[in-house]
Design a protein around this ligand. Structure first.
Ligand code: PA5
Length: 474
């Protein structure tokens, strides 16, 4: 596929309309039309902001120079290292996890070195001592590349995990060699990680300024791990660019990102759908729904509107996986409270075909499998779920990708980011920034005794007099 190929995702929202699920739960044509003037106005604002240097995440698909540098670095590293540890959390790791899960062998780490063609991939996001210890015991530190990723350079989980891994690396290979095995992705100028990288001489790549962590998947943040795992990152960018071209209209019905934003926000604000479920029918796309969950939650969950009024906005994102969640969540989705909009993700053609062997003659109850195939079964399950949801008046949308490849994943990334930006406008909140996350980060610094946070620590550790009353002890 060439870089100028067109977007291929198909959005089918019939099952979210009045015609399919009735007026209480379904969105009408009139509601979409009513929203159009405001969407047009907000589209112009977003375009203008971009022209004036804001909304810079939109430029990442063009960052091919940076991608070339990443590929050159990754090609060397793929030959040198047996293991690769990504240290980062939230926006600094979820995009890479989603990309690798979608585009690499599901058991990539278990393949032989030749079959894998690049280092094994490990992620340290949580500072969970058991997982960190297990990772250090599993990798061959003398042949491990460590990529520490932090935009701010100071996130406690990332900093702590990095100090642990750096120390283990120094003990294994010595200080000078350890510095050669570390690559830092961080702000080009600011932050403690930048300072350490400069002092200790790590190779660095920039987190582009003016882009929030959760929008960095198409920058070095997401591209380095992806390229190390052998993903064609130029195709990722090409897919994102194709979606950007397709989503350049201010018309809700012509712009898939605006359409999805309008449907989600109308479902929430007019039809009480306070939750948005993303349910791919492909194991490879489960990470994408996890990445989207963070994007939607952190961008839209805001206390204040852009006019500084208290609004407590947001729609709770839920990740689900077809068909597994048909045996778990779907009971709740079809018969529990009708408070969800469900976006199903369908795959036109799976990358593998596995025929279902004919059952023994005596197993007559399984004879319907004769001539069948696993992808066909999975897709029938998706159709069955869409039908069951619609029958019970649960609005649902189907987004279909013709197959799972780097181009499609790039399309999803771009579309979902623009969907989120427009949803922010429709909720009248700023989708950028994450004051709630920062509050939690500050409380952690205080509890861990960081200088400058003494007052907050005192406040946090002061127990109310009746605290014991609410604790159940054995
Ligand atoms: O989207 C965001 O901005 C956050 O989720 C951050 O990515 C996350 O908190 C990690 O921050 P940092 O990259 O500064 O370590």
């Amino acid at each position: 596929m060439t870089a100028s190929a067109s977007s291929r995702l198909v959005i089918d929202y019939r099952n979210a309309t009045v015609d399919a699920v009735g007026p209480t739960h379904g969105i009408s044509d009139a509601e979409l039309s009513e929203l159009q003037p405001y969407v047009s106005e907000q589209h112009d604002r977003i375009v203008n902001e971009h022209r004036n240097g804001v909304q810079r995440w939109q430029d990442l698909p063009d960052n091919t120079a940076n991608a070339d540098e990443v590929v050159e670095f990754a090609n060397d590293a793929r030959k040198t290292y047996r293991d690769f540890i990504l240290i980062g959390i939230g926006g600094s790791s979820l995009g890479a996890i989603a990309t690798i899960q979608a585009l690499c062998h599901p058991y990539r780490n278990l393949l032989s070195d030749e079959e894998r063609g690049g280092p094994r991939f490990f992620v340290l996001d949580n500072p969970d001592p058991e997982k960190v210890r297990a990772t250090l015991e599993t990798v061959d530190l003398s042949r491990t590349l460590v990529n520490v990723v932090s935009k701010s350079g100071q996130t406690a989980e990332t900093a702590a995990n990095f100090l642990v891994v750096r120390d283990a690396l120094i003990q294994a290979v010595g200080k000078e060699q350890a510095a050669r095995q570390i690559v830092a992705t961080t702000d080009p100028e600011n932050g403690i990680l930048r300072q350490m990288a400069d002092q200790e001489g790590y190779r660095t790549f920039p987190v582009p300024p003016g882009v929030d962590g959760r929008q960095t998947v198409l920058s070095a943040v997401g591209l380095i791990p992806a390229a190390l795992a052998g993903v064609d990152i130029h195709q990722l960018l090409a897919g994102a660019a194709a979606m950007r071209a397709r989503a350049s209209s201010g018309d809700i019905r012509d712009n898939p990102a605006y359409l999805l934003a309008a449907l989600s926000v109308l479902a929430d604000t007019r039809h009480d759908k306070s939750m948005l479920v993303t349910m791919p029918y492909a194991d490879g796309l489960f990470g994408l729904s996890d990445w989207f969950r963070q994007l939607w939650a952190e961008s839209l969950g805001k206390k204040l509107s852009t006019d500084n009024e208290v609004v407590f906005a947001g729609q709770t994102p839920i990740k689900a996986l077809g068909a597994i969640d048909q045996h778990s969540q779907i009971q709740l989705y079809t018969e529990g409270p009708n408070d969800k909009l469900i976006q199903l993700i369908a795959v036109g053609a799976y990358r593998e075909k596995v025929e279902i062997p004919s059952p023994p003659k005596s197993a007559t109850e399984l004879s319907y499998f004769r001539g069948g195939e696993l992808g066909q079964l999975l897709d029938c399950e998706r159709l069955a779920t869409a039908w069951a949801l619609t029958e019970t008046e649960r609005p649902n949308i189907t987004i279909t990708t013709p197959t799972i490849d780097a181009f499609a994943v790039g399309e999803f990334f771009y579309m979902m980011q623009l969907q989120t930006v427009m949803a922010g406008a429709l909720y009248h909140v700023n989708p950028f920034g994450q004051p709630g996350v920062e509050a939690g980060k500050n409380a952690t610094y205080a509890l861990m005794g960081r200088e400058g946070y003494e007052d907050l620590k005192k406040e946090l550790l002061t127990e109310p007099e009746d605290a014991g009353k609410y604790v159940s002890t054995p």
